[in-house]
Design a protein around this ligand. Structure first.
Ligand SMILES: Nc1nc2c(ncn2[C@@H]2O[C@H](COP(=O)(O)OP(=O)(O)OP(=O)(O)O)[C@@H](O)[C@H]2O)c(=O)[nH]1
Ligand SMILES: [Mg+2]
Length: 452
């Protein structure tokens, strides 16, 4: 059931969570994938386009950065898809005594859904009866009867009568004993005059509490025209979408119903009697994304971000490499106090030299400015900060772009250089070339220089 769309959305969210940079290439790639899979799921192209625009607008918004942007993007994707498939859950609220008439074209799944719902409501304590009014298809009455026997419910049918109104009359008194009557009607190839006339007269004679249109998911976006046509012929109260299990076009049917404001009450998800579910857009998306509710999704973004960045730093340390990008990754998580402590703690020798809290508080303001400065750099400048020292006009540009001063940027570069030097020593240490005692001494010296 929309497996491909689910996979694409999952992969998009993972890409956002794991990204160090939400750059244009990454965002455009994710949008392209989502577009492709939504279109494959037969979602209206205009809806797809509108969603892409919203993602782009947020992703390209320079004022939102880092983890905030990641969270907002994931929330946007979740919320927008929720809206296009129907928003909040709509429930079919039955009275103590209710009757439901099922409508739909040939083979849409009316009779099967009636049996499924009969079983569903009987299990929930309702006294259910099935009423067969399909006098068109020769075997229709037999089918309803067989299904009813299977689920041990009474079916009121007449295998010889051709006028459904007469069948209604025949069972009028008998049906009063039941508190939920599910009414099977005949289909046609299309909603022609004959079918409109027939269902209108049944509607008048039965006055059912609900008129439910049954449509198979594989008709995709056509569901919109069909729902509108039935709505015009006789007001419908909601929809059941069947065969959700056997098609990749279900996105079309669901979004079409949301567009026409026809509430989808149930979805058919297989041929078996129990394979019907109430339709809840929120839990449908949860299943699609396979990650629980929005809160769980956002937690996933957070932890993936943390994990990815810690791993990256560790790898860089192992390689003896350290770029401004690593510093940036670290600074991005600097919302919490003590992160620099943690970073220094990763360097042997520095772990012993704990940094006092009040010093860290002072450092925090400075960090913020560095973060802005780094965000204004090109990727190349971040990977190879040496270019900044060679071309000082770049430093002026960055200061201007980030609302910081050239002095602050120079200080950042100095700190970076020092850290990098330490990294070099650390890899030397790993190879056993440096005396650990010597290293500790050096670390203390650096710590003084770092003006923490
Ligand atoms: N896989 C799957 N098959 C379904 C589902 N619902 C119905 N079907 C199948 O669709 C076919 C048509 O179902 P019916 O219930 O006979 O459809 P109908 O609307 O009553 O058809 P007519 O009486 O001919 O107008 C049957 O083979 C059902 O088993 C579903 O949710 N999943
Ligand atoms: Mg039928």
């Amino acid at each position: 059931m929309l497996d491909k769309l689910g996979q694409t959305l999952k992969s998009g969210i993972n890409k956002i969570s794991n990204a160090i940079f939400l750059d244009k290439k990454l965002i455009d790639g994710i949008i392209k994938d989502i577009q492709k899979s939504l279109i494959e799921a037969d979602v209206n192209i205009e809806l797809v386009f509108a969603l892409s625009q919203k993602i782009k607008k947020l992703a390209y918004d320079e004022t939102i950065k880092g983890i905030d942007k990641k969270e907002q993007l994931v929330k946007l994707i979740h919320d927008e898809i929720l809206i296009i498939i129907g928003g909040s859950k709509k429930e079919l609220k039955l009275q103590k005594k209710s009757s439901i008439m099922f409508l739909g074209l040939y083979g849409s799944g009316k009779t099967t859904s009636i049996a499924k719902l009969g079983f569903y409501y009987a299990k929930r304590g309702r006294k259910v009866a099935l009423l067969g009014l399909d006098t068109q298809r020769p075997a229709a009455m037999d089918q309803l009867e067989q299904l009813a026997t299977k689920i041990k419910l009474p079916a009121f049918v007449n295998k010889t009568e051709k006028d459904p109104l007469k069948i209604i009359k025949q069972y009028e008194t008998e049906l009063k004993k039941y508190d939920l009557i599910l009414i099977d009607t005949a289909g046609r190839d299309g909603l022609n005059k004959e079918l409109i006339k027939e269902i209108s007269s049944l509607n008048k004679a039965l006055k059912p509490d609900y008129r439910i249109l049954v449509m198979p998911a594989d008709i995709g976006q056509t569901a919109k025209t069909q729902a509108n046509e039935f709505q015009k012929a006789l007001s419908i109260d909601g929809v059941i979408i069947t065969r959700m299990d056997g098609t990749s076009k279900a996105g079309g049917a669901l979004t079409a119903c949301a567009e026409t404001s026809a509430p989808v009450y149930f979805i058919g998800v297989g041929e078996q009697i129990h394979e019907i579910e109430t339709f809840d857009p929120e839990s449908f998306i949860q299943r699609l994304l396979g990650m629980g509710d929005l809160q769980a999704l956002l937690e996933h973004v957070k932890s993936a971000t943390d994990e990815k960045q810690t791993k990256r730093i560790e790898e860089r340390l192992k390689e003896g490499k350290f770029t401004l990008l690593d510093l940036y990754s670290q600074l991005e998580q600097m919302n919490k106090l003590g992160s620099i402590d943690k970073m220094l703690g990763m360097i042997p020798g520095m772990s012993a030299a704990k940094v006092p809290k009040e010093v860290l508080v002072k450092q925090e303001a400075k960090m913020k400015h560095w973060k802005y400065a780094i965000a204004s750099m090109t990727e190349d400048e971040i990977e190879n900060p040496e270019v900044l020292e060679k071309q000082t006009s770049r430093i002026a540009r960055i200061a201007k772009g980030s609302g910081t001063t050239t002095t602050e940027i120079r200080e950042l570069l100095k700190q970076y250089k020092m850290l990098k030097e330490m990294m070099g020593m650390q890899s030397g240490l790993a190879e056993g070339n440096i005396d650990p005692k010597m290293m500790q001494k050096m670390a203390k010296k650096f710590k003084g220089k770092m003006k923490l």
